[in-house]
Design a protein around this ligand. Structure first.
Ligand SMILES: [Zn+2]
Ligand SMILES: [Zn+2]
Length: 185
């Protein structure tokens, strides 16, 4: 980042926010909309351009064409504005996660909640050493089929997604407690 923007700078933060939440803005439009001195706008735009965060087509400024700069720009906004931000993804009230998010802690947003288990695969199986295996499968209706197989047989249950989340949350708590105690479950 250019030296012009090493310190928190609320005006620069708003300029970056504007470029990322519009469909191409000129320097004059930014100066008018934000009521900031033209020199301040020019310096901030140059610095963001140098940092690869924004793109200039000789008239208008756009978000960088590079896909992963969105998260970087969001984080940069948090740093420059000093707004309350998520320690993991850098989102703020003014620049939330895609799809929206809520605060679940002073500096943590719901998108980054570590207790939410995302079910990327519909079916999974975990086997333990003593011959016990646990199968889970996500049904079309959103229910979860849980099957536990051990030496005496097999037990199965259908859980609603809320029940499944509750069980997964408890398991994570046990796992964390065990990790803290330095022993395995
Ligand atoms: Zn977050
Ligand atoms: Zn967020």
């Amino acid at each position: 980042m250019s030296s012009a923007l090493t310190a928190p700078n609320a005006d620069a933060a708003e300029i970056l926010h504007h470029v990322y939440h519009g469909s191409g803005v000129t320097r004059a439009e930014l100066t008018r909309a934000l009521e900031v001195r033209a020199g301040v706008v020019a310096a901030a735009l140059d610095a963001f351009k140098d940092a690869g965060l924004i793109h200039f087509d000789d008239l208008r400024y756009y978000p960088s064409l590079n896909d992963d700069t969105d998260a970087t720009a969001r984080r940069e906004y948090a740093r420059l504005s000093g707004a309350r931000s998520c320690r993991t993804c850098g989102c703020t009230d003014q620049w939330a996660c895609e799809g929206g998010c809520d605060w679940i802690d002073e500096d943590l947003c719901s998108t980054c909640d570590p207790s939410v288990v995302s079910m990327l695969n519909r079916a999974s199986c975990v086997g333990a050493e003593d011959g016990v295996s646990v199968w889970t499968e996500l049904n079309d209706g959103g229910d979860v089929r849980l099957m536990i197989q051990n030496s005496t047989g097999r037990q199965a249950a259908i859980l609603t997604s809320a029940e499944a989340v509750e069980i997964a949350t408890n398991l994570l708590m046990y796992a964390r407690a065990a990790e803290r105690d330095g022993e395995l479950l």
